[in-house]
Design a protein around this ligand. Structure first.
Ligand code: ZN
Length: 147
């Protein structure tokens, strides 16, 4: 990865760590899952509801931790809120995939975390919100898991 790209990714992470898009759990977000990353001390609770048409709304989260875990949750909320559950599963899979190919465009700001993925210690920080979202999906829309 070029140095410029790495700097850009770093800026995206810093911006989202401040921004915390989707922070807050509304009463409507009935399906909730709490994830803890003991190696770093991050914790995140994701709350969602799946509408009749299969879209995930609302999608919110609360928690505390390092800037990577907070920024990753922020990009996750921006990217996934209001989307179809099956589509969100594909995004989670794309986020989890790490190789040397071009970062998947559909991840938008979340591609920034492909840059931290080489630091093994930080992978759990970046994955935390996404793992919690996946657990919520498994509870809320289990029929989509076989698709
Ligand atoms: Zn962390």
């Amino acid at each position: 990865m070029s140095h410029d790209l790495e700097n850009l990714y770093q800026q995206v992470i810093l911006d989202h760590a401040r921004k915390r898009s989707g922070f807050g759990l509304s009463d409507a977000a009935l399906v909730r899952h709490h994830e803890l990353n003991p190696t770093c001390g991050d914790e995140i609770t994701v709350g969602i509801a799946v509408a009749d048409d299969g879209t995930i709304t609302p999608l919110g989260w609360e928690g505390q931790g390092c800037s990577i875990s907070m920024a990753s949750a922020s990009t996750m909320a921006e990217l996934c809120a209001g989307r179809d559950a099956a589509e969100v599963r594909e995004l989670i899979a794309a986020f989890r995939t790490r190789d040397d190919t071009e970062p998947p465009e559909e991840l938008e700001d979340a591609v920034a975390f492909q840059g931290v993925s080489k630091f093994v210690m930080r992978i759990k920080c970046a994955m935390l919100a996404w793992v919690a979202l996946e657990a919520c999906l498994n509870m809320a829309a289990p029929e989509a898991s076989t698709a």
